[in-house]
Write a protein that binds this ligand. Structure first.
Ligand code: COA
Length: 389
């Protein structure tokens, strides 16, 4: 497992509500941008992995691997759909990475796509609930906002986390999103806007939630030999970790510690030979504001229970000690579930190339992405670097 792997191309659509674009249009746009960015020919791509959570429920389409290959003019290559709820994109990235590590291919695409706004929000809520335990959670009415509300309440009880601290995540991420041309929301919010937004699942309010989004993203990965031949600005994947946990929240030892993310992060750190303190920026899975607080704890940026304080002290702001979600995160950039994990990799690539414009993290050398499925039953973490080692 000593083959180094690099990102040699990255691209995404804008995220948002696009009634004039189909699932196919989204994936085509992201694919074309990525191939152009890499400056290679489609014929050089040997395999593709695509993350898509539930196109069957959103647009009544399955067989996504073949659809994406067909639509991209890549008919003939192995094309595989990967599904792990909201971590589908992160897992597609990992599968593409592993296929190069295994020596099966040298140039592989990892893509992610979801078209969520063609159905009503009620329909989308039911589709998303499938990421949890249908029998023990969804059947009893536990939607995703409800599950994360339970986690938030428990975090508040155990650690004294406040609703204001959660709201600060939304204020920060909407600020960052206003600097990102690809973000769904460009509008900034004040703390009082978040605090007075409509209740969704107490204590979570509208502005604590990520939105319903359409979008697609893709990266092209290459083995070290090919990367050096094909690219003059590769970004290296130094570590990759994946872990699972119980599907249902109530089966966990703790409602507010995401054990799968802790494990995935430790695996990725170990593989990369780095520690949490070495990371310069992170794109984390803030599907709800409480999720970002739990993420920074899982990743070791602070101790368990101190995510609220870390945020309140401005440490996770763009100019802070460890900028988190410079892209605007799921909260403001948007959360087309299957695309999210790949879009995080696109952001990490842009940051490490120094191409992130107004939201550029200063002196970014080492970045991390953290993608979670369901309430934490799957986590996928990657460490990216400007240097190969
Ligand atoms: N953040 C910020 N603004 C949002 C938003 C969000 N999450 N969701 C909607 N808005 C805005 C809309 O743009 C709209 O603004 P406008 O009036 O200026 O046009 C307004 O809020 C109302 O939008 P609407 O479409 O009526 O919202 P909704 O009630 O249908 O949906 C949620 C709001 C929070 C229920 C929905 O976004 C949701 O379910 N989010 C969670 C998604 C989820 O669970 N993902 C999986 C995570 S694991």
């Amino acid at each position: 497992m000593d083959m180094n792997v690099a990102v040699i191309g990255a691209g995404m659509t804008r995220f948002g509500e696009f009634w004039n674009m189909s699932y196919r249009d989204l994936i085509t746009e992201a694919g074309v941008k990525t191939i152009k960015d890499a400056g290679i020919e489609g014929t050089e791509i040997e395999a593709l992995y695509v993350g898509s959570m539930t196109p069957g429920l959103f647009i009544e389409q399955e067989h996504i691997g073949a659809l994406v290959a067909d639509n991209s003019g890549l008919q003939g290559i192995p094309a595989t759909r990967v599904e792990a709820a909201c971590a589908s994109g992160g897992l597609a990235l990992r599968e593409a990475y592993l296929s190069i590590k295994a020596g099966v291919a040298d140039v592989v695409v990892a893509a992610g796509v979801e078209k969520m706004t063609d159905v009503s929000v009620e329909h989308a809520t039911v589709a998303l609930a499938g990421a949890g335990d249908q029998e023990w959670e969804a059947f009893h009415g536990a939607t995703f906002p409800a599950l994360y509300a339970l986690m938030a309440r428990r975090h508040m009880i155990e650690y004294g986390t406040t609703e204001e601290q959660m709201a600060m995540v939304a204020v920060k991420n909407h600020h960052n999103g206003s600097l990102n041309p690809n973000a769904q929301f460009k509008r900034q919010f004040k703390l009082e806007d978040v605090m007075s937004s409509a209740p969704v699942a107490d204590p979570l309010k509208l502005l604590d939630c990520s939105p319903i989004t359409d979008g697609a993203a893709a990266v092209i990965l290459a083995s070290e030999e090919k990367a050096k031949e094909m690219s003059d600005n590769p970004v290296w994947i130094r570590g990759s970790g994946q872990a699972s946990d119980t599907l249902a929240l109530h089966d966990r030892k703790s409602l507010c510690r995401v054990e799968s993310a802790v494990r995935a992060a430790n695996t990725a750190y170990k593989m990369a030979g780095v520690k949490a303190g070495d990371i310069d920026f992170a794109e984390v899975h803030d599907c709800f504001t409480i999720a970002e607080l739990m993420a920074v704890e899982s990743l070791g940026f602070c101790k368990a229970g101190e995510g609220g304080r870390l945020t309140e002290d401005g440490e996770t702001a763009l100019e802070g000690r460890i900028p988190v979600n410079a892209s605007g995160g799921l909260k403001a950039k948007g959360h087309p579930v299957g695309a999210t994990g790949v879009a995080q990799a696109v952001e990490a690539t842009m940051q490490l190339r120094g191409d992130a414009g107004k939201r550029q993290v200063k002196d970014a050398q080492l970045g991390l992405t953290h993608n979670v499925g369901g309430s934490g039953a799957t986590s996928v973490v990657h460490v990216f670097s400007r240097e190969v080692k």
